[in-house]
Design a protein around this ligand. Sequence first.
Ligand SMILES: Nc1ncnc2c1ncn2[C@@H]1O[C@H](COP(=O)(O)OP(=O)(O)OP(=O)(O)O)[C@@H](O)[C@H]1O
Ligand SMILES: [Mg+2]
Length: 394
Amino acid sequence: MFENITEKLKNLNFLQKKSQSFLGVDIGSSAIKVVQLKKEKGVAILETYGELSLGPAGGTEVGRSTNLSDKQISASLINLLEESRVNVSECGVCIPIRSALVFDMEIPKMTEDQLKKIIPIEARRYIPVPISEVILDWRIIPDDPLIDDEPDDIEKDNRPAINYNNYDKKDEKFKQGEKVKIFVVAIHKNAIERYQNIIKQAELSLNFLEIEIFSTIRSVIDHNISTVAMLDIGASVSKLYIVEYGVVKDSHIINKGSQDISLAISRALGISIKEAEEKKRAIDLENPASSDKEIADVMATNLKYIFIEANKVLKRYQSIYNKNIKELIFTGGGSVIKGLPAFTSKNLEINSQIADPFSKVRTPAFLDEVLKEIGPEFAVAVGLALRGLEDGNS
Ligand SMILES: Nc1ncnc2c1ncn2[C@@H]1O[C@H](COP(=O)(O)OP(=O)(O)OP(=O)(O)O)[C@@H](O)[C@H]1O
Ligand SMILES: [Mg+2]
């Protein structure tokens, strides 16, 4: 029997005080995920979490990406908040990378006041819509990032915020020809308004919006790792990011996601998509029962396609920048497949691991196993909630 997604919702409602809590809300194309954390003596503690598939609300199967109206999404979010007994309204929400334009630009070194003025002017060249229609966020990419040997804790931050660490003095004089690289994120105001609207309808209070990649970095990457890649296998697409010392260097979208695996199984075996989805979730890719061998083969073919595309990007990056990418970290629901680590080590040349975002959070021991398994799906929501605690917005 297919496990009802709502059965995954857990009530860890051991919180009495609401004031120290914060909610991360990840509205994905196929499912909404929420994570409520609280901070106690500097430690992030899991209070509750939950997930709701959007497929059924859009008249399609669980695991499929959807195109719901704002009203439908907020209605689903309200259900999820109730089911998972969320009891805080302060939240942070992610904006999908597809709603943002992300790029690097190089400009002469200058003071922070000058940068603030110049960046919106320079950014116009990269943005296909009038600058007045977007919100810009940016940070300086350090030439020589400092290696942070401190253990990771929730004080760390990766959001694209203005970071003047390279600029000791406001009125510093820079040598002629000296350049600085800026990482820029442009988000269309329509996208921002859309999320504001959804959150308002769900009667939550929106503290910040952030591009999903920054939430993921916060919850899964150790800052002292020089160069690392992340592969988020979602429903309709997979997103590949390359990150150096916590700074995003490159991002790519691969046009295949986990719903394509279910569709391929359904076609190959002549079974319904619902049944194919159940099989995909049940099968151990590396040790399938003999009756499931054909399904495992279909899954392997589709995963290999994603790996080949990812590998091309990683190879290109390594050769252009002459840098070694230390490892690939998997996130997203599509990487919850059983047997993926063993399959990956045979089919990808790079070391890999499955994201474990709940390891940054104190959780009840009885949930260790389940949180480790579903962790990749919650990387974004955990990262959002961690930022809320850092900001002291709770
Ligand atoms: N236990 C599981 N085993 C295998 N696949 C799973 C499992 N759980 C979820 N998936 C698959 O993961 C996909 C959804 O992943 P995820 O929730 O990360 O996507 P999303 O955030 O909605 O998508 P996107 O980020 O692209 O908007 C679905 O296609 C689903 O079939
Ligand atoms: Mg997602």
